[in-house]
Every structure is written in C-alpha cells, then in structure tokens.
Write a protein that binds this ligand. Structure first.
Ligand SMILES: Cc1cc2nc3c(=O)[nH]c(=O)nc-3n(C[C@H](O)[C@H](O)[C@H](O)COP(=O)(O)OP(=O)(O)OC[C@H]3O[C@@H](n4cnc5c(N)ncnc54)[C@H](O)[C@@H]3O)c2cc1C
Length: 557
C-alpha cells in the first residue's frame, strides 16, 4: 500500500511479531510449506485463515482497474488479514507466495478468540486490521467500481452504502472521468444504465439494490439463520452497537440486523462534538467504524442491507421477519431502530445538509449563522426553542409554519417569548418551495398560501425542526407505542400493560417494552433524549436487564 498512511504508520500496520508472540500463534495453527506463485487467499472469497509468515515471502495484491497491483510484501514475522477477517466477510486482497518457505495457517475463528483473550496480541492485531482497512479505503482500489453521476440519487445511495460500510471502491464520475467511454464499451453499458456497479471485475449490475451489492461483495458473514440467538438487535446505530458491545463481551450470542450501515443517524454526522472523550470531535463514520470493530472483536455478528419487516411476538423465542423472506429467532430482542428526522420534500434539500440545512440548533450551528438572516421551519417546541436561541445571535429569524399560528403546537411560554423578540418574524401559512446554491445554500424561495405571494431571499441557513418519526412500522402492533409511534418502556407502560402481552408477575424492567424480554433503547424509545451519548448509554444499560430476562426465560422453559 504505497500511500501516505503506510508511510506514516508502517510499524503499526505491519508490525513484526517477536519470538514469544510467534510461539503463541504457532500453537493455534498448522505449519504449512509454501511454494512460489501459490495463492493463499483469492480476493473476493471468504477468508478461512490468517497466515503468519515463518520463512519466504507473500505478496499482497489489490485489484486496481483491470489488473492486480502489488501493495506490500509480507516476510518472516508478518501476518495477513484485515477487518474482513474478524467480520467473516470476503477478502479484499489476494495473497500470493513470492518466495517459497513456510507459514502458520490459523483459522479465522481462532483469531476471533485470540483478540478476546490475549490482551497483547489483541491490541497488535486490532490496530493492524483497522489501519489496513483504512489504507484499503484510501487506495481507491478493491472489488467494486461504481460508474455514477453527481446528479443521480441512486448513485448517491450506492456511494453512501459503500462508504458507510467501509468498503473500498473505485468511484468513476461519468461526467468528468476521461476513461468513461472506454469503460462503457468494455462493460457493454450506456449512460442510460447509470449507476452501474462492476463487482469483482466481471459482474455488472445496473442500478442495483444495496442488498445486491452486499451479496456480491460478501459483506455479510455467513451465519446460521436457524440458530436461536440470546439477543437480536434491530438497528446498528449508537444504541444497537453499544448493546452489541456489552452483550457480546458478557458472553451472549448477539446478532444485529441493519437496513443500511452501522452508525445510524450519528453515522451521517460530519462531526460530533458533544460525545464524551472526544474534545476535538469525531466524525460519525469514525465513531461507527470504531464501535463496529469493537462489537466484532467480542463476536457480535452484523448483517447489513437487512431490514426487519415484522416481529412474531405471540410466542417465545420471538422471531424477527426480514425483508428478504428469512426470519431470525431470539430469546430476547432489542428494538434500536431509531428515528428519522422529517425532511422537507424539496429538490436539493438533502444536498445542503450541513452546508446550510440543519436539523439541530446547538451552539455549533448558532456560530455558523451569526449576524445573518435565517429560516426555521416548524411550529413545535423544538422550532420555538431554536427561534428564541438563534435570535440572540442572528440578525433576523423567519419562523415558517404551515398553519395559522403556533397555539396548537407550541408551549405558551415559548409563544410569548417569540412575541417579545423583535427579530423573530412569524410567517403563518408559509412553506419553502425551493432552495439553491453551489456548494453551500445561498437562496430560499417560499410561498404564503393566505395572500398567495412568493418570495425569493438570499438566505444561507435553514433549520428544519419538523420533528422525528420513529422507525417502528415493522413492529405492527406487537409492542405498545405512544401517540407518536415511539416505543413505550418501563414505567411508561403501566396504564396499558394489562391490555398487552404481559404475563409476568413482575413489572417491566427499565427499558423493557410491553413484551417480556423485548427491550427498546435510543431514539426509538418514548421519552428518550435524542443524543448519541444517551443512545449509547441506554443500549449499554439494557443489557443488564437482558441477562435477567434470559434467566427468567430459561427457568420457565
Ligand atoms: C445529521 C445528524 C447529526 C447529529 N449530530 C449529533 C451530535 O452532534 N450529537 C448528538 O448527541 N446527537 C446528534 N444527532 C442525534 C444522534 O445521531 C441520534 O440521537 C442517535 O444516532 C440515535 O441513535 P439510535 O441508535 O437510537 O438510532 P439511529 O441512529 O436512528 O439508528 C437506528 C438504526 O436502525 C436502522 N433501522 C431502522 N429501521 C430498521 C429496520 N426495520 N430493520 C433494520 N434496521 C433498521 C437504521 O438504518 C439506523 O441505522 C445527530 C443526528 C443527525 C441526523
């Protein structure tokens, strides 16, 4: 990997094992002689082993365009593998013997046990695996080529899917890449087929689903779907990932299913500044990547492009039905499917996310629009709080509401404060109709339906405060929900518990739903604080109750 990362961190990315470490590893595997040109791992296939080189050398080759490119030479004391080894997904690189000698072949399963039990080797392997994956990403090579356009929503979807799942890929922009005509000809596609994904050099997909790509790349590990899991987690956002880390590290067998990619909403944040322990902030992607590596280190299994569409709750073990027709059984279930901020159905709106369009009004955003004219959309308390808060630093705040006013949706103290703040202008019956700009939002158009007038303003900051919708449609009446569709838990349940499936003499645990052994954590839970730290906290805390519910279930069986 002739790139900057390797130059800077070679010793951590390819650390040489010492004699005592080699001896510990030799005891876990089988010594094998190697011969020149022997292929130890084929790119794009499941990796069953990690190889420790005893003598001779092994080349790491990575697919780049139409051929394989040499990246690094493993010699005595080096070991193979990267994050896909732990995850059980397909190998990204090919391993070919350059000079015959010998290796120790250690089954991937043994490596997974090793990183949980041998503190010294765990640190060495985990760091090397993570850095090697980062180097793969920055190399721009790998098993996938995406021919896409900046103006196509499906190209964006596929880019996001690959990027957020930390998959290296070659990104070809059909509007600007000089080789695009040759690539179209070679793969027998046209501009009308965009986005096109070329997988493993020869499999051509025209506008594939995320599931197609996950299948082709073997992103998901091969798992036994007939197994009954201790804990099945729906949603791999901060709440789900935190629960996976704690539950798996405490010996439970844990399975996660996730519609898109690990990280959830937090994974889409460009910088999280209020998460404890990161004084300079951390990108959502980095936080998600670290959390996933940690969960996988402890043996939690994740399937992405895997959506829960139903819960069979009439009997235990419970079963979660998936969009692909499969179902998974578990003795306990964690609902961590989070929420989605309501967006405005306006062209370009998502393009300006973080570049003029915001879903939160914290100190950070207030600094971005200091002294400027802004728009806030929404008539609820969050919009009211944002208006009062931002009016202190912004020149003018336009508060756009669809209806006649705020009385039906906002607390009266906020309505009073808005009335007393001269630089807030309440605009009833008004909706945004268009937004425009280059890389940053520059212009907002709105329409007032009471006097049927349109206005176009040079405004660069829009706060969308129209609430969040919980991802609970898949529960289909199984668990008790509040009037907004969020899952009720613990003491919130008391009034309607009798009418639900509750059969136990005890009250529900802190984050338990109206179904014994089914828990909810994070943004999806009624009354939760919509923050990364609170989602992580809730996911971690509920594992203690999961243990109790499992004991109860075992003694009742
Ligand atoms: C742009 C943005 C920036 C933010 N910045 C901050 C910040 O700086 N600081 C802060 O504290 N908070 C921030 N937040 C809020 C924070 O991200 C959320 O509170 C947090 O992510 C909630 O975590 P969660 O795990 O409960 O749910 P989510 O993050 O919503 O994760 C839920 C996951 O479940 C998956 N899912 C949904 N339905 C299904 C299904 N049926 N089957 C399988 N999977 C499913 C989703 O794809 C998702 O990955 C931000 C939010 C956004 C949108």
């Amino acid at each position: 990997m002739i790139n900057e990362l390797l130059r800077q961190r070679r010793e951590q990315m390819f650390p040489k094992l010492g004699e005592p470490q080699m001896a510990r590893l030799a005891a876990l595997g089988q010594r094998l002689p190697t011969q020149i040109d022997q292929v130890l791992v084929e790119a794009g296939t499941r990796q069953s082993h990690v190889f420790v080189v005893l003598a001779g050398s092994v080349e790491i080759l990575l697919r780049q365009g139409s051929g394989d490119q040499f990246q690094y030479l493993l010699t005595a004391g080096d070991f193979s593998g990267e994050m896909s080894t732990l995850r059980g997904s397909n190998a990204q690189a090919c391993l070919r013997v350059r000079q015959g000698g010998a290796v120790v072949a250690i089954a991937s399963e043994q490596i997974r046990t090793l990183v949980q039990t041998d503190a010294e080797l765990s640190e060495l392997f985990m760091r090397a695996f993570i850095l090697r994956r980062m180097a793969l990403i920055s190399s721009g090579g790998g098993e996938v080529m995406l021919l896409g356009s900046r103006h196509s929503a499906d190209s964006l979807r596929l880019r996001e899917f690959l990027t957020r799942n930390i998959q290296p890929y070659q990104d070809i922009d059909v509007e600007s890449d000089p080789d695009v005509a040759a690539l179209f000809e070679r793969f027998h596609v046209t501009a009308g087929d965009i986005p096109v994904v070329v997988c493993k050099g020869d499999q051509i997909f025209r506008n594939p689903s995320n599931h197609d790509i996950a299948e082709c790349l073997g992103i998901n590990p091969q798992l036994d779907d007939s197994r009954i899991y201790d804990l099945l987690i729906v949603g791999a956002g901060p709440a789900g990932l935190a629960a996976a880390v704690y539950a798996a590290s405490e010996g439970l067998n844990v399975r996660m299913v996730e519609t898109t990619a690990p990280g959830g909403q937090a994974g889409t944040s460009s910088r999280i500044e209020n998460y404890l322990g990161f004084p300079t902030g951390i990108t959502g992607r980095a936080l998600a990547g670290r959390a996933l590596s940690q969960a996988q280190k402890f043996g939690a299994a994740l399937s992405v492009a895997s959506q829960a569409v139903g819960l069979r709750c009439a009997q235990r073990p419970y079963a979660v039905e998936l969009a692909d027709g499969n179902s998974l059984q578990a003795r306990s279930v964690l609902i961590a499917s989070g929420a989605q901020y309501r967006t405005l159905n306006i062209d370009n709106m998502q393009r300006f996310l973080g570049a003029g369009v915001y879903y939160a009004a914290t100190h950070l955003e207030s600094q971005l629009c200091q002294g400027e004219e802004i728009v806030i959309v929404g008539g609820g308390n969050s919009a009211g709080q944002a208006a009062v808060y931002l009016a202190a630093t912004c020149r003018r705040v336009n508060l756009l509401v669809r209806g006649a006013g705020l009385a039906d949706s906002m607390s009266s103290y906020l309505i009073r404060r808005i009335g007393e703040t001269p630089n807030i202008e309440l605009r009833p019956y008004t909706q945004i109709t268009a937004v425009a700009g280059d890389s940053q939002l520059e212009r907002v158009d709105w329409f007032c339906s009471s006097d049927r007038t349109s206005e176009q303003r040079p405004i660069g900051h829009v706060f969308v405060m129209t609430g969040a919708e919980p991802n609970t449609a898949w529960l289909k009446g199984c668990a008790s929900l509040d009037e907004d569709g969020f899952v009720r838990t613990g003491s919130e349940l008391t009034p309607d518990l009798a009418a639900r499936h509750w059969t136990l003499p005890r009250a529900p645990h802190l984050m338990e739903t109206s179904l014994p052994g089914v828990f909810a954590a994070g943004d999806v839970r009624a009354g939760s604080v919509k923050r990364v730290a609170s989602a992580v906290g809730e996911g971690s805390i509920c594992v203690q109750s999961v243990h109790r519910a499992l004991q109860e279930f075992a003694s009742a069986a």
